[in-house]
Design a protein around this ligand. Structure first.
Ligand SMILES: O=P(O)(O)OC[C@@H](O)[C@@H](O)c1c[nH]c2ccccc12
Length: 254
């Protein structure tokens, strides 16, 4: 699946026209994760569909979802902009930026410098770079480019050997371990425990994907995660404010 997505992305980029720079406000993704509202920072994802789950949200209202995430005390947002596989749109990100004051991660498959410029113009505060999708040299070049544009970078890896090769070329300020294998879609939370000892002490560790319950959060925190990135389990609920509170084990009065 990952290879299929990357092939399609290459074709998409041939036709990419850069949007105008809307000069939207910028917020620090890193700072928000560094001083979270709870003992574990939350990056809440605005996600309509995925290749593994199909349509996740009927009657998808991206701005309403993002506003509820903000009210529920999310620290940052992640917004899918990939269209063919996740039914995302870059317009969703811009519309959310215009309505919500939280730092936003652009969730897409970035393989080229032009997408970094695009991310900045549409109002992203941070981008995602996936270790499994990029040669280490290109990963480093894209990382440096984003940093020059003052975008934060979430470097994501799934496998331990990929983590090792990434760490040879750079020390990311924020590192995400994706519990989901993007090739097989299998989820494994425990593998974070084995990888945690390899992560540099100054790097902020994010546990991504497949987190559904408060027990899951307690577990990844024990493994050293300082933040979690959650989409599906929040999106599936009718009320995202209640969904966040339940996930964090807080009492909900209805
Ligand atoms: O919906 P979940 O299982 O809570 O996962 C969210 C997020 O981690 C997932 O959407 C994701 C992680 N890495 C990605 C890379 C591309 C697209 C999507 C992703």
């Amino acid at each position: 699946m990952l290879n299929k997505i990357l092939e399609s992305k290459k074709n998409e980029l041939r036709e990419l026209i850069l949007p105008e720079d809307k000069k939207l406000p910028r917020y620090s993704f890193y700072d928000a994760l560094k001083s979270p509202k709870r003992d574990l920072a939350l990056i809440a994802e605005v996600k309509k569909a995925s290749p593994s789950k199909g349509l996740i949200k009927e009657n998808f209202q991206p701005i309403d979802i993002a506003l509820s995430y903000e009210k529920g005390g999310a620290d940052c947002l992640s917004v899918l902009t990939d269209e063919p596989f996740f039914q995302g749109k870059r317009e969703y990100l811009t519309a959310i930026k215009e309505n919500v004051k939280l730092p936003i991660l652009r969730k897409d498959f970035i393989i080229d410098h032009i997408q970094i410029e695009e991310a900045k113009r549409i109002g992203a505060d941070a981008i995602l770079l996936i270790g499994e999708a990029l040669e280490p040299t290109l990963l480093k070049e894209l990382y440096d480019h984003a940093t020059e544009l003052r975008l934060d970078v979430l470097v994501e890896v799934h496998a331990q050997d990929v983590l090792e090769s990434v760490l040879k070329v750079l020390t990311p300020r924020i590192l995400g371990v994706n519990n989901r294998n993007l090739k097989t879609f299998e989820v494994n939370i425990e593998q974070l425990a084995d990888m945690a000892s390899l992560i540099p002490t100054d790097t902020l560790l994010v546990s991504e994907s497949g987190l559904y319950t408060n027990e899951d959060l307690v577990q990844v925190k024990k493994y050293g995660a300082k933040a979690v990135l959650i989409g599906e389990s929040l999106m599936r609920k009718d009320d995202q404010i209640i969904a966040i509170k339940q996930l964090f084990g807080e009492s909900v009065h209805v």
